[in-house]
Design a protein around this ligand. Structure first.
Ligand code: AMP
Length: 185
């Protein structure tokens, strides 16, 4: 977890490689569908470009379909999901049905001022349609309102690993690995 621009996508890849599990990014799945103009893509394009969240039911269905694929059997890393309390409850239910549980919830924390800078920089480099200043501000608001409260839920569950997301990609990755190693039984 982490606010837009906190480095979720970058660090998710590193984490998934380390544990040999697939990284599942709902944002990437949506972007792929938008690019290919699938019915899902057409449905979510305007929502994502405005910086709002795709409806829970739609997002949950996509995650459930993906988690049923055989490569997820040994484990998986979710990047950008869950983002609402509804999605948290869905995931808890889904995992309970499978007799599985989360090992950890990693949250990357970066000062909000630095985030806008990072995102505007990414906009120039990657050209993501939702990386313009107005949408960035909206995404920050939505994160603060809908997703930040999930951190206290996972903290109460004893799953939260809060990582300082400032510094180079390598520094943050090492910090995250070290903190996860400390948790190992
Ligand atoms: P991301 O790449 O994770 O920043 O996601 C990009 C955009 O996709 C978000 O700003 C949302 O519009 C949408 N999205 C991704 N994951 C979710 C989710 N779990 N729930 C709702 N919308 C999502």
């Amino acid at each position: 977890m982490g606010a837009p621009g906190a480095g979720k996508g970058t660090q998710a890849g590193a984490l998934a490689d380390r544990y040999g599990v697939p990284a599942i990014s709902t944002g990437d799945i949506f972007r792929h569908n938008i690019k290919n103009e699938t019915p899902l893509g057409l449905k979510v394009k305007a929502i994502i470009e405005a910086g709002d969240y795709v409806p829970d039911e739609t997002t949950e269905e996509i995650v459930a379909d993906r988690l049923r694929e055989p490569d997820c059997a040994p484990g998986f890393l979710l990047d950008g999901f869950p983002r609402t309390m509804h999605q948290v409850r869905f995931l808890d239910r889904y995992l309970a049905e499978q007799g599985a549980a989360l090992d950890a919830v990693v949250s990357l924390h970066v000062d909000p001022e630095a985030l806008v800078e990072r995102l505007l920089d990414r906009a120039q480099k990657e050209g993501r349609a939702d990386d313009n200043e107005e949408t960035i501000r909206r995404r920050m608001e939505v994160y603060a309102g809908q997703t930040a409260p999930l951190l206290s839920y996972y903290e109460d569950e004893g799953l939260l690993v809060e990582v300082d997301g400032t510094g180079s990609v390598d520094e943050v990755r090492q910090r995250m690995f070290d903190q996860l190693d400390e948790r190992r039984p």
